[in-house]
Design a protein around this ligand. Structure first.
Ligand SMILES: CC(C)(COP(=O)(O)OP(=O)(O)OC[C@H]1O[C@@H](n2cnc3c(N)ncnc32)[C@H](O)[C@@H]1OP(=O)(O)O)[C@@H](O)C(=O)NCCC(=O)NCCS
Length: 187
């Protein structure tokens, strides 16, 4: 993954050595379930997820500039057949609750959108949140995504959860209010 630098954040590759920081928030009951996954039960479980994410190469670790400690993740995923054949990806993110409410995820999303449209030249980026997830809804709105439809997805507890889906096309992005110049990319 290319490292993306914003005003307050560095988005970088995940490392095996991040496992303790990752487990520290992934075990909390108010983080994973909002994104559809079960809170981690052990550090070993977090290591297995890190291994998977490193091999899939779709996820950045979110760190603050002043401390190289993982406080969340953000990814660009190919979730289904449509994504694979239509030059589009779905953005997904989580942040440790000790850092909520500071606009950090909007900043991370902005950097990833710039990378998605300018560097990867994607045609569309999708995003979805559960109908109950008002915090994520605010991130999506502040990032200028456009609502498209609701759909049901599998939740970790075996139930189906209703998701509001949004999209941002390359044309919307290029013609919109997004900051296209400020993300530094480190090779
Ligand atoms: C969704 C999430 C990434 C938002 O990140 P963030 O950096 O805190 O986003 P913002 O700072 O822009 O805050 C978003 C909204 O949440 C509100 N908020 C912040 N802390 C809150 C809290 N403890 N309880 C309720 N709302 C809160 C903010 O006021 C803001 O709303 P506003 O723009 O109307 O003021 C973060 O809450 C999170 O990781 N949640 C758990 C995982 C998750 O839901 N992932 C997304 C799956 S779709």
């Amino acid at each position: 993954m290319k490292t993306l630098v914003t005003k307050r954040l560095i988005l970088r590759d995940l490392r095996y050595s991040d496992v303790e920081d990752f487990y520290n928030y992934a075990k909390k009951p108010n983080i994973g379930p909002s994104a559809g996954w079960k809170p981690h039960q052990s550090i070993d479980e977090s290591m297995k997820i890190i291994r998977m994410m490193i091999s899939e190469n779709e996820v950045w670790a979110i760190t603050l500039k002043e401390v190289d400690q993982v406080i969340g993740t953000i990814g660009l995923h190919v979730r289904n057949f449509d994504n694979a054949i239509s030059n589009q990806k779905e953005i997904g993110y989580v942040l440790d609750d000790t850092h909520w409410g500071k606009g950090l995820m909007v900043e991370a999303v902005e950097a990833v959108l710039r990378y998605a449209f300018i560097d990867l030249e994607l045609d569309k980026v999708l995003c979805g949140h559960s109908i109950h997830n008002i915090q994520s809804k605010r991130v999506v709105e502040k990032s200028n995504f456009i609502y498209t439809h609701n759909e049901f997805r599998d939740h970790f507890d075996g139930t189906q959860i209703e998701i509001m889906m949004y999209e941002l096309t390359k044309d919307n992005y290029l013609g919109g209010k997004h900051d296209k110049s400020k993300t530094e990319i480190r090779l």
